[in-house]
Design a protein around this ligand. Structure first.
Ligand SMILES: Cc1cc2nc3c(=O)[nH]c(=O)nc-3n(C[C@H](O)[C@H](O)[C@H](O)COP(=O)(O)OP(=O)(O)OC[C@H]3O[C@@H](n4cnc5c(N)ncnc54)[C@H](O)[C@@H]3O)c2cc1C
Length: 593
């Protein structure tokens, strides 16, 4: 089965909801013509289906291994990576000055959804390289950029993100890796853990971005600096030089993404690993945030992708598996005839569509933030991206947990058996709420930095936009009534919890932490509902004007209405949980647990 061809929904979301035409009209995106975008999606669909997808299950079974200090990737991965590089896929959205193709984030987002859906483990490698390129372009010296960026953009060298240490996970203030100045460079010593694609032999070089402390660094996050540490030193002429003192010492055995090597890395066990400062001393976390923000949106997209893959697989199974009988159908039926199986498939489908819309609309905002000729528009778009980033990351990945677990459930006992692949999506998807900042950390970012810090200003502007959309919905159209009603109710609940938080945080120091995840889930659900209401409104317009492809628009109207009826009521439960406050969350003493 071809799971990864650019599905109709992706085209709809890119063009109609995220407004590709408007994005393509921004300066710098002249290349993004509809024909080119369609051709890119078509080719990406083929590459995902034909090259990456067949390696997903075998990669899971084989896993990556450490043999004589070298990371050995599963069969076929090296050849697939070579093809990936030959096709220039890594450069799709990168700066043309560094050999990229300069296409909008919006287009890259759709392409990356396909990589992720077809083979999440493989996709993590280019995803991290992309994040490292973004950080280098923004913060590195011209010399570093000239030496490293182009080879990363063309995929010959890969990038990694080295933050985590045994005592420093969510709390990066606890980082201990040391960097001591030596001439024009630094010597780094320390240990990093859980480093995704921390090494491999598919690329000629691996460029690690490493957080470490200088000897005079102040304590805490203000004392962290960012360094570029190459696996192999780079000669004056750009060629590969001596091996640097940075080595993988072990790989983790883990629940999912088995093909992606998760490495423990030793820096400087002998002479010290040579590293180069990126940006200013002690401002490493800010530099790394460029990489982390890109990776957070990328991780949210992994949630969308794995959910869609789980859905497509569940539908295929539900159409084949014969079991029981159902009202109005003669004899034994395939399980898709059962109302409860329909319920599960609709939960999977409608939420995946809502997540896709949220992720792509955020990508379009990112394009506006970077390319709009109007400064105010750039700032407003960036403010909205900042507000949306924890939603795109944490809400999409949390919902993906529900969708992938339903995928297992649709398969019954076979879902629990590895052969169907359904269990792999469930296992692979499980990491997405953990890395790049757990859901709790994203929710803390949302309430602390994005709501309390500007006293709710960004949120109120979002609420105004939702309200303006509600007012623009055609009056008296019965097909849209439930969407309108639920969106209004959801927007009001979001406004209510925002004001509750702003008020409660003044007197209760546990308020923000206690309610943050429920608030985040409420917000994600409402924004998903907003996008589904937009989609449904567009669909009714298309149907009324007799557009071709009426089946797609009828389906969209139904999935949107289902979302309004079956998902939006969750907003009320989240609201009640938020406004119940922290009292009983915090009431037990530590001993009482
Ligand atoms: C497969 C995999 C790949 C990874 N890839 C990379 C990588 O490439 N590079 C890299 O640097 N790291 C990577 N990581 C590390 C990952 O980012 C961390 O595991 C993650 O940030 C959580 O840190 P931790 O594991 O130390 O958990 P902890 O920080 O110990 O958290 C444990 C629990 O406590 C909660 N918690 C902790 N602090 C707070 C707080 N302040 N407020 C509220 N709740 C809190 C968390 O939400 C979580 O539920 C990877 C991890 C895995 C498993």
């Amino acid at each position: 089965m071809n799971y990864f061809a650019p599905v109709r929904d992706m085209e709809f979301v890119i063009n109609e909801l995220a407004g590709l035409a408007g994005i393509a009209a921004l300066p710098g995106f002249e290349e993004a013509t509809p024909d080119l975008v369609n051709a890119v999606l078509e080719e990406a669909g083929k590459f995902s289906s034909e090259v990456l997808a067949p390696l997903n299950k075998t990669g899971d079974r084989e896993g990556s291994r450490l043999v004589d200090g070298k990371v050995v990737v599963p069969t076929g991965f090296t050849e697939a990576y070579e093809q990936f590089v030959e096709c220039g896929w890594l450069g799709l959205g990168k700066d043309v000055d560094f050999g990229g193709q300069g296409l909008p984030h919006l287009v890259v987002t759709a392409v990356e959804e396909m990589w992720n859906a077809s083979n999440l483990s493989f996709s993590l490698c280019p995803l991290l390289t992309s994040g490292a390129v973004a950080a280098l372009q923004r913060h590195a010296s011209d010399d570093l950029k000239a030496t490293y960026v182009e080879k990363m953009v063309n995929g010959h060298w890969a990038g990694t993100m080295n933050l985590t240490e045994p005592q420093a996970g969510s709390d990066l203030a606890a980082i201990r890796t040391e960097a001591v100045p030596e001439g024009d460079h630094y010597r780094l010593r320390g240990q990093k853990i859980f480093i995704t694609w921390g090494d491999q032999e598919m690329t000629e070089n691996v460029i690690h971005l490493v957080l470490a402390r200088l000897p005079d660094a102040p304590a805490g996050v203000r004392g962290i600096s960012l360094f570029l540490v190459p696996k192999y030193m780079v000669e004056e002429d750009g060629g590969i030089g001596a091996r640097n003192d940075i080595f993988v010492v072990s790989l983790e055995h883990k629940l999912g993404v088995h093909a992606s090597p998760t490495c423990t890395i030793a820096l400087g066990d002998t002479e010290g690993a040579v590293g180069y400062l990126i940006g200013e001393a002690h401002s490493g976390l800010a530099c790394m945030f460029t990489m982390m923000n890109a990776a957070r949106l990328g991780t949210g997209l992994q949630g969308v992708a794995i959910a869609d893959r789980a859905y497509q697989q569940a539908v295929a199974y539900a159409k084949e598996r014969v079991q029981g009988s159902s009202p109005g159908t003669e004899g034994r039926v395939t399980i898709i005839h059962h109302a409860d199986v329909r319920r599960m498939l609709m939960l999977m489908r409608s939420q995946t569509e809502a997540m896709r819309a949220v992720a792509y609309v955020t990508a379009a905002l990112l394009d506006q933030a970077g390319h709009s000729p109007d400064k105010q528009q750039r700032q407003a778009s960036q403010q909205r991206v900042d507000l949306m980033t924890p939603i795109a990351k944490a809400w999409c990945t949390e919902v993906a947990q529900e969708v992938t677990t339903l995928g297992v459930q649709v398969h019954g006992g076979m879902g629990f058996i590895e052969d169907t692949g359904s269990a792999q999506h469930y296992r692979d998807g499980r990491i997405t709420t953990i890395y790049e900042g757990t859901t709790g950390i994203q929710a803390g970012d949302l309430v602390g930095r994005k709501i309390l810090r500007d006293e709710g200003q960004g949120m109120r502007s979002l609420l105004d936009d939702i309200r303006a959309f509600e007012d623009s919905m055609p009056d008296g159209d019965d097909r849209l009534a439930v969407l309108r009603r639920e969106l209004k109710s959801g927007r009001e609940a979001l406004g209510e919890v925002t004001e509750w938080l702003l008020e409660s945080a003044k007197t209760d120091e546990n308020a923000a932490g206690s309610v943050s995840v429920n608030l985040l889930m409420l917000m994600g659900t409402v924004i998903g509902g907003w996008q589904m209401a937009r989609a449904a409104t567009l669909a009714t317009g298309k149907l009324d004007s007799g557009a071709a492809d009426s089946s797609f628009y009828e389906t969209k109207l139904t999935t949107a209405r289902f979302y309004a009826e079956q998902i939006m009521p969750r907003v009320r439960a989240y609201r009640d949980a938020v406004t119940a406050g922290s009292e009983n969350i915090m009431a037990l003493s530590e001993q009482q647990f």
